[in-house]
Write a protein that binds this ligand. Structure first.
Ligand code: SER
Length: 310
């Protein structure tokens, strides 16, 4: 059985992925790592700087790790405030992992990409796997470059690096922090605390989304698929459903008529406008049987339930 390391375990995806992986991996074979001193969990935890190749290599060798989920990144909105830091973290941490895979120290890697690889020139509706890509954020540029490097390493060095282009991820446990799709999580927390929500995107801004359970299932499914089935060597388009702020606001208003949402768009509007309205994920469906379990309604109901909203 593989010994597994999650890099960036304390973030939105990592905190749920560790719980799900722990159901099938022995306690002493699953390792979490992040830049923080401690984990929120009781799993085995290593404080590792993903920007230090030596630190990563030592921890991976010491613990005989063969499979890595590399999730550490700065997201789209925060990235615009700190462009150089974003480029540095997003690219150089990936190179560290790719080089460990090239050296065959790591056998298998998962790394998330994003719909941020698309830009104004990409087709907007049912955006296909292959289309023009001119990302307008540093985050998007780093993810597009990263995808191409994954493909390059897979082809030139026979590494096994797998990736998904995530849309906005809606989660109840750990919030995203710094993304353009964060409103879709924040609005539930405002509602729960009895406050009206000030939305930073216009009410009809439609973006592709995925519920966290589906995002985690997709990662696990992709990693279990035989490498021979994977036609996409860069990153797979994937999506659960599409929605706008108004759609969630209407659902929440149905629960409490007092709840109100104000729309005051900021710099994140241009980012959202450059991204697809919806995604065509046929390659994922054909190559590894991807299918979402959560549509818009089911996601809203699940968030209400998980956040214990009365
Ligand atoms: N949710 C991410 C963001 O908004 C997209 O990958 O930055």
């Amino acid at each position: 059985m593989s010994r597994v390391l999650i890099v960036g375990s304390e973030g939105q995806i990592g905190s749920q992925l560790s719980v799900e992986l722990s159901k099938t991996i022995d306690f002493d074979k699953l390792f979490l790592s992040d830049i923080k001193d401690k984990s929120k969990t009781d799993f085995k935890y290593l404080k590792v700087d993903a920007l230090s190749y030596d630190d990563l290599k030592k921890n991976i060798l010491d613990n005989d790790i063969s499979e890595v989920y590399h999730l550490a990144a700065i997201l789209s909105a925060k990235g615009e405030k700190v462009p150089k830091k974003t480029w540095n973290l997003n690219m150089n941490s990936l190179f560290n992992i790719l080089n460990l895979a090239k050296e065959k120290i790591i056998k298998k890697v998962f790394w998330p990409s994003s719909i941020a690889v698309f830009g104004d020139s990409s087709s907007k509706n049912e955006t296909p796997q292959f289309t023009d890509k001119e990302p307008i954020t540093v985050y998007g540029i780093s993810k597009l470059a990263g995808e191409n490097w994954c493909k390059y390493y897979n082809e030139a060095y026979d590494t096994d690096v797998r990736s998904l282009r995530f849309p906005g991820v809606i989660s109840y446990d750990t919030p995203p922090g710094g993304g353009t799709t964060d409103y879709a999580v924040d609005i539930f927390h405002s509602f729960k605390s009895g406050k009206n929500y000030n939305c930073f995107l216009n009410e009809d801004t439609t973006l592709p989304m995925i519920y966290i359970d589906d995002a985690i299932n997709a990662i696990i499914k992709l990693m279990k698929t035989s490498k021979d089935n994977l036609r996409i060597k860069s990153s797979y388009n994937i999506s659960g459903f599409s929605m706008s702020p108004k759609m969630i606001a209407d659902e929440l208003k149905n629960l409490n008529k007092e709840f109100d949402v104000e729309y005051n768009s900021d710099f994140r509007q241009a980012i959202a406008d450059s991204w697809p309205n919806s995604i065509m994920d046929n390659y994922a469906r054909e190559d590894w049987d991807w299918k979402e379990n959560f549509d818009f309604k089911k996601t809203v109901n699940e968030m209400i339930h998980k956040l214990n909203i009365k």
